[in-house]
Design a protein around this ligand. Structure first.
Ligand SMILES: [Zn+2]
Length: 77
């Protein structure tokens, strides 16, 4: 089994609280016993709370998640 210790990949759309610009973030969750494996788990997880957001346009540190999807086949970009 080719497991590189990454449990799940998510794509988040985050809207800046300040200037309302949407940005898309890729999130790779390490495989762990209590790691989130679906969007619902992710949204409630401490892992997500630990993520730092900074708006690329105005550098505001507050973002609101407007969409989250699980990505099955992460593209290496
Ligand atoms: Zn902003």
């Amino acid at each position: 089994m080719a497991n590189d210790r990454i449990g799940a990949h998510f794509k988040l759309k985050v809207r800046c609280f300040n200037c309302r610009v949407d940005t898309v973030h890729r999130l790779a969750v390490p495989a762990a016993e209590d790691a989130p494996e679906c969007v619902d788990d992710l949204l409630e997880s401490q892992f997500l709370r630990d993520q730092r957001f900074q708006c690329k346009a105005c550098e505001a540190p507050i973002g609101v998640i407007v969409a989250a999807v699980e990505v099955k086949e992460p593209a290496d970009a």
